[in-house]
Design a protein. Structure first.
Length: 135
């Protein structure tokens, strides 16, 4: 009890993923929208679920987005590699902005403020654990 694995953060929303390519079906449905979004926004907003599993943060793309885009797979981020977690607002919704040792991960969802706060607590708790306690 009391470890990060005991807490639950699970949100549906969309993650900004760079370099996504449309599948054949995706090109039929959206034309060149994926390429335009990659160049204008720096990625494509992919629907899915963000959750904590043990000491990992996992983004799982939706069934539909896996079919509309090539090569989408789960993205796993070690909580120990997270530098900061913040909530941000844009015109459409709230977002969780996660600064990592090697970049940034952005996830738009409802309730981003409270989810970012909970995730930030989990990251802090993970930092207090001895390194050899990590699974």
């Amino acid at each position: 009890p009391g470890g990060p694995e005991d807490d639950v953060v699970s949100k549906s929303g969309s993650a900004l993923i760079a370099g996504v390519k449309a599948s054949r079906l995706g090109r039929i449905v959206s034309g060149d929208a994926v390429e335009r979004m990659n160049s204008s926004v720096g990625g494509v907003w992919i629907g899915g679920r963000l959750s904590v599993s043990g000491r990992d943060l996992v983004f799982s793309p939706s069934w539909l987005d896996r079919r509309l885009h090539e090569g989408l797979a789960d993205i796993t981020i070690r909580l120990s590699s997270v530098r900061t977690v913040q909530a941000a607002r844009d015109r459409a919704s709230g977002a969780i902005v996660i600064d990592l040792e090697g970049g940034r991960f952005c996830f738009r969802c409802n309730g981003a403020g409270s989810a970012a706060e909970e995730l930030s607590k989990m990251v802090e708790e993970t930092r207090r654990l001895p390194a050899d306690d990590a699974p």
